[in-house]
Design a binder for this molecule. Structure first.
Ligand code: ASP
Length: 444
């Protein structure tokens, strides 16, 4: 019932904002979301396969070219990825797209629908949804989906340790968090376990200090630190007697990543506590990693517009410099869960060609994979932008549930099986023949 309320509120909200519902097909060619496709063999064309949609991305962009300037759909999407508490093979998204719309317009359309849905379930309308850049989220929370229900922010200390004598702190970046009351609650075993986790997450170790009277630090590393360092650390964190100071020293990305996870480990409230804290995270990097062949891999999808100030960098960047290029992509986060993503799209053929080239997708391959979209763009694509958010995740959080399975009718188990119908099952040899398929024995 909660879920039904969410769906109906979203639908009403989108209709009221002038969006037109379009149902896009389930049997299609591959979409560029970056996950593995589920495929369906074709009987009419044995040896050929349809892909099930990972999202309606390309269809909604085509709708923009076709003159539907506000599209939405409560769309079923399928991605063949490992299942987790917040991920099933198939999930529902509010998928939307608008022409002549800026990032601000999209954020407003979606905020309105989300607030309507939350209000329909809780009876209370969330306030305006705050915004934060990806960079700020990383620096303050060590995450691209910060849980802002609690503080414990990552605090910069690199300047304190600039001329340090302590070898552990002779690194590009030093940051810390304050665990209030931790001097007593964290025993030696707990600290050892946390240190092991930090190592697993990528740090060399965890520097920790108990805070005593007058902010005096106590810990194995104090003997290597100067008076000035010993005074500056507790002062910077506002530490008081009984607190624990936890510091990670490494390269900046590692520090943010590890401290971000440590912060969640120590401070994250249970799923059904602390209210609903929505957050927009903007200016995501355009690329996520760089492949061994030196080609960057898109963080969102290859139709995402680079940040206006960074377009030039596409020409000059090499290797890891690609990771500094920002995009016009944004995420919506709720209590530390990524609810959805979207972006301003590339509507200019020259920028699109440059992106394909940068990704190592040749003109021929681009035409083969996305020709139907690129050809449509030749007739004039309006500037457009869009978004999609997961309804399962939203409904789960609004219902105070940690696992989306709890708000899905007939969900799959962790291994992707359906214990009710026994799917997936083998099919008749005759049926396989029709499809032109043979099943090999499982490889050992
Ligand atoms: N197609 C994207 C996704 O499913 C959302 C979007 O960019 O609109 O994540």
């Amino acid at each position: 019932r909660t879920r039904a309320r969410v769906n109906s509120a979203i639908r009403a909200s989108m209709e009221q904002q002038g969006f037109v519902e379009i149902e896009t097909p389930m049997l299609i060619a591959s979409t560029p979301e970056g996950a593995r496709d589920f495929v369906v063999p074709s009987r009419h064309s044995p040896g050929s396969f349809y892909a099930l949609p990972q999202s309606p991305q390309l269809f909604k962009q085509l709708a923009m070219v076709g003159g539907i300037d506000r599209y939405y759909q409560i769309a079923r999407c399928l991605r063949d990825e490992d299942l987790r508490a917040d991920r099933q093979f198939e999930f529902m998204q509010l998928d939307m797209e608008a022409s002549f719309a800026t990032q601000d317009d999209i954020l407003e359309f979606v905020s309105e629908a989300i607030c309507d849905a939350a209000e329909a379930v809780t009876g209370e309308r969330p306030g305006e949804i705050p915004r934060m850049t990806w960079h700020e989220a990383q620096e303050r929370y060590g995450s691209d989906k910060p849980d802002v229900r609690f503080g414990m922010e990552l605090t910069e200390m690199s300047d304190i340790f600039e001329g340090t004598e302590a070898n552990v702190f002779k690194v590009p970046c030093v940051k810390g968090i304050l665990y209030e009351g931790g001097a007593e609650s964290l025993g030696r075993n707990a600290i050892d376990a946390l240190t092991d986790k930090c190592k697993r997450w990528g740090a060399k170790g965890l520097a920790w200090f108990r805070v005593g009277e007058g902010g005096a630090l106590d810990g194995a590393l104090t003997k290597f630190m100067s008076e000035a360092e010993l005074a500056a650390v507790p002062e910077r964190l506002g530490a008081k007697q009984g607190d624990m100071v936890l510091i990670i020293a490494a390269e900046r990305r590692t520090v943010n990543h590890v401290l971000g996870l440590l912060r969640l480990e120590l401070g994250r409230p249970p799923v059904n506590e602390g209210g609903f804290h929505f957050l927009w995270v903007t200016e995501f990097p355009l690329f996520e990693t760089v492949s061994d062949a030196g080609n960057p891999v898109p963080a969102h999808h290859p139709f995402t517009m680079p940040h206006v100030d960074d377009v030039g960098l596409l020409e000059s960047a090499e290797g890891d410099e690609y990771l500094d290029i920002r995009s016009q992509a944004y995420d919506l986060v709720l209590n530390g869960w990524e609810l959805g993503s979207g972006s301003v799209r590339i509507h200019r053929p020259d920028i699109q060609a440059k992106i394909f080239e940068t990704l190592g997708i040749g003109a021929e391959e681009a035409q083969l994979k996305f020709g139907f979209l690129l050809d449509a763009f030749k007739y004039g694509a309006p500037p457009h932008a869009g978004f999609a958010f997961g309804i399962d995740r939203l409904a789960a959080l609004l219902a105070g549930e940690e696992n989306i399975r709890e708000i899905i009718a007939f969900p799959k188990t962790q291994s992707g099986a359906d214990p009710l119908t026994n799917a997936p099952t083998a099919i008749d040899p005759d049926h396989l023949d029709e499809l032109g398929l043979r099943v090999l024995p499982p490889s050992s």
